[in-house]
Design a protein around this ligand. Structure first.
Ligand SMILES: *Cc1c(COP(=O)(O)O)cnc(C)c1O
Length: 399
């Protein structure tokens, strides 16, 4: 005789993965009809062993490609040595990670705070801006995306993410992006910081102009406000430089990082310039922040990115893919935008049916808002795979 619990276990095992997830999921995610089992470089395989070219890239996490063997070994070795080490203790892996990361950071960012996600990095940067300046107000931009926890959500623009969660954190305002006059009017002696993305990712793949970035930099500096550049999506070579601000040479006071920082292991961080003051004990903290496992993964991932010259890869393949996208002459295309391998195709209609069509063609891509098709492939994607993505896109957009 089986017990009720054993019966339940047998039943659970016989349910499909998708049925089981549907039963237990919180419901906050719109799901696609695809069960992903494994990956290698820019390819993912489903539970039928069908291959897909991955232009979702873990939503921008997998810049180095899936299942990189050096990163996999570093994670396994560290897991067998020490996983957690809270920041009250020193850690050999954290110290090494700081050095490795500092080597690729823009000049002037000399200190680092580590957390576990992009939104946590933004939370930390917002708190650092307030404690540093003694001011309360924070200026973000229309279509900006910075995360979904209460502070980060207060900086995020999209009304459908914000509605239902009021009141958010007081002191935030939003001004139009790439509009220096609006920023000039908004920044005053109450402004703690301005937070912007160098290329707006979730908001539709909108690159900031160099002129705008330089302008916001001098306005904030002149008025005693800090500049936070949110490089959670654009960092770690996505746009063809280690960090997207390096294209213009604009130096932030605080730079948020996440996504590709640790080869797919959850991690986020803030790089901090000497202009940021008052960061003493108890100002902020995190149980998992700077843990040895994530640091070991980050050391290996940055090392592999350097060995393969991933910034050059992303620049070269991004340019190739962008040119090929620009050659498409489907009437539904309004504009092709982006930098490096952060590419968007704005459509004259909703993007959702085209994403389904691409999946049927063996290509996974993302939306950015309602009508932008976004590609965030690993930089190790081959030219042949890019060609297949372009051909599939041409068929789907024509159909
Ligand atoms: C994804 C993203 C975030 C949030 O990161 P999570 O790891 O999802 O919390 C914040 N800012 C930008 C620019 C992002 O693209």
């Amino acid at each position: 005789m089986k017990t009720a619990g054993e019966h339940r276990q047998v039943k659970l095992r016989s349910m499909t993965t998708q049925q089981t997830e549907q039963q237990y999921t919180s419901g906050v995610y719109a799901k696609r009809d695809l069960t992903v089992i494994r990956g290698s470089d820019a390819t993912l395989w489903d539970d039928q062993d069908r291959a897909y070219i991955d232009c979702v890239g873990g939503q921008g996490v997998s810049t180095l490609g899936h299942a990189n063997p050096v990163v996999a070994k570093a994670i396994a070795d560290q897991a067998a040595t020490l996983v957690s080490c809270p920041e009250m203790f020193y850690s050999d892996k954290r110290a090494r990670f700081y050095q490795v990361l500092k080597n690729i950071l823009p000049d002037g960012l000399n200190r680092i705070y580590l957390g576990n996600s992009g939104t946590e990095a933004v939370e930390a940067a917002l708190k650092f801006a307030r404690i540093s300046t003694g001011r309360t107000n924070l200026i973000a931009t229309v279509r900006g995306f910075h995360g979904r926890t209460m502070g980060a959500l207060s900086a995020t623009y999209e009304p459908k993410y914000r509605e239902g969660f009021m009141p958010l954190v007081p002191g935030f305002s939003h001004v139009p992006f790439n509009n220096l006059d609006a920023m000039d009017k908004a920044i005053n002696d109450q402004t703690a910081a301005v937070i912007i993305e160098v290329v707006q990712g979730e908001g539709g793949v909108h690159p900031a102009t160099d002129e705008y970035l330089h302008g916001v930099r001098s306005l904030t500096a002149d008025r005693g406000a800090l500049l936070i550049l949110d490089e959670v999506q654009t960092g770690f070579a996505r746009t063809g430089r280690w960090f997207a601000c390096m294209h213009s040479g604009v130096k932030p006071d605080l730079m948020t990082m996440g996504k590709a920082i640790a080869g797919g292991v959850p991690m986020g961080g803030v790089a901090i310039a000497d202009t940021v003051k008052n960061l003493g004990p108890a100002v902020h903290g995190s149980t998992f922040g700077g843990n040895a496992l994530a640091c070991a993964a980050g050391i290996a991932s940055i090392g592999e990115m350097q060995r393969l010259d991933v910034p050059r890869m992303a620049a070269e393949k991004g340019e190739y893919m962008r040119e090929r996208l620009e050659e498409l002459n489907a009437p539904v295309i309004r504009e092709v935008r982006g930098k490096g391998l952060l590419l968007g195709v704005e459509l004259k209609s909703k993007v959702a049916p085209f994403l389904k069509g691409l999946q049927a063609e063996g290509v996974l891509a993302l939306p950015a808002g309602m009508n932008v098709l976004r590609f965030l492939p690993p930089a190790v994607i081959t030219h042949e795979q890019i060609d297949r993505v372009i051909e599939a896109t041409a068929r789907v957009l024509a159909g």
